[in-house]
Design a protein around this ligand. Structure first.
Ligand code: CP3
Length: 343
């Protein structure tokens, strides 16, 4: 069985000897070969140059051939950028958008949703290069932010500590909030179609800031828009939803139409597996901090998670969030070895 087949079988909750494994890098400056490339080109240059983006995507697979899936090297913020709101990285860490969305007029001035694809041709080119390179052996994952998570960056003007502006907009001016989320939802539908046509085997939606919404508002502020996106994609296409810090919404998420729910490290995954419908896969959820400890501790904790999931179907092994810059290569090696040799 190829890695790609293993990954798709897990999404379909088929019975497998061991779960497929992949890891999201995000702030993953842990690979020296990534840091070498980054010394020569900026992050955005790498993202927008298909040969470089494909190379960076493949780096973790070259170093850890046991990984079952590759995730496109890009960023969730390419969507605001394609809508007309550029982004950059602050010297002190975090994201700085070119400006803040504060008025109806600014929302109306964003580019039409369908036009984003014309500005994101580089993503399609990167995926096509990757598809060719992987030759169907590994699963190829596309991704995007959830409408809510993207809106937080657009309205806060970048990374935020308190998320006050986006919440005040939601509470005080629902028509403007809805107009912005409607725009983002349309753009993401077009963008995911582009990724699927270019060869993505699955799409992960990152609702990274879903956990800061007041509980009873999660549906109105985030989940309803995700549901609309999933409904607009090809029937049965594997969509994975990752929403950090949303434990009390996992059941609602599982009924949103997605094929898999990615769970952060704060949940007991075996409990989640028992709670969610059997036809929805679960992904996760080792604490990423373990990757900064020792190979022995990683082996122990990864085995503990695998053991807790023994006899279940529909598990994709993953970290509970992205790998951190401090992650140790030897810890990743221990993780890959533990999962791929599991019996
Ligand atoms: O494994 C991979 O290479 C996947 C590619 C990927 C990146 N970002 C590349 C990246 C993915 C899937 C993302 C998603 C993303 N981007 C999310 C959702 C995931 C999550 O963390 O919950 C979010 C919120 C973003 C926005 C973003 N981009 C942040 C918050 C940061 C970190 C900024 C900082 O100060 O550390 C980025 C930068 C980023 N995106 C890096 C990478 C490899 C690090 C860039 C670098 O310094 O080299």
């Amino acid at each position: 069985m190829t890695s790609r087949e293993r990954f798709l079988a897990a999404c379909a909750c088929e019975n497998l000897e061991r779960p497929p494994l992949w890891v999201m890098r995000q702030a993953g400056r842990y690979l020296p070969e990534y840091r070498d490339l980054k010394a020569k080109s900026s992050f955005l240059e790498m993202v927008k140059t298909p040969a470089l983006a494909a190379e960076v995507t493949l780096q973790p697979l070259r170093r850890f051939p046991g990984l079952d899936a590759a995730i496109l090297f890009s960023d969730i913020l390419v969507i605001p950028e394609a809508l007309g709101q550029a982004y950059a990285f602050r010297d002190t860490g975090g994201i700085a958008m070119a400006y803040r969305i504060e008025t109806h007029a600014q929302i109306e001035a964003l580019a039409p949703a369908a036009s984003v694809c014309a500005r994101l041709g580089y993503v399609a080119d990167t995926l096509r290069l990757l598809k060719k390179n992987l030759g169907g052996t590994k699963a190829l994952l596309g991704f995007g932010g959830s409408p809510w998570t993207l809106a937080t960056y657009m309205v806060e003007g970048g990374s935020s500590d308190d998320f006050e502006r986006i919440k005040v907009l939601f509470y005080t001016d629902r028509p403007a909030f809805d107009a912005l989320l409607e725009k983002l939802t349309g753009a993401l539908i077009a963008y995911f179609h582009l990724q699927i046509e270019a060869g993505a085997d699955a799409i992960q939606i990152f609702d990274s800031w879903g956990g800061i919404i007041a509980g009873p508002d999660y549906e109105a502020a985030s989940l309803q828009w995700i549901r609309r996106i999933v409904a607009a994609l090809p029937r049965d296409f594997p969509v994975i939803l990752y929403a950090k810090g949303t434990a009390s919404h996992l059941t609602d998420q599982a009924f949103s139409g997605v094929k898999a729910i990615s769970v952060d490290w704060t949940c007991d995954l075996a409990v989640v597996r028992r709670t969610l419908p059997a036809n929805v896969a679960v992904q996760g959820n080792l604490d990423p901090v373990l990757m900064t400890t020792t190979p022995e501790i990683v082996r122990l904790q990864a085995s503990r998670l695998l053991e807790s999931m023994r006899g279940t179907t529909g598990h994709i092994f993953n970290l509970g969030h992205g790998i951190t810059p401090q992650a140790k290569i030897e810890c990743m090696s221990a993780l890959v070895e533990t999962v791929t040799t599991w019996k």
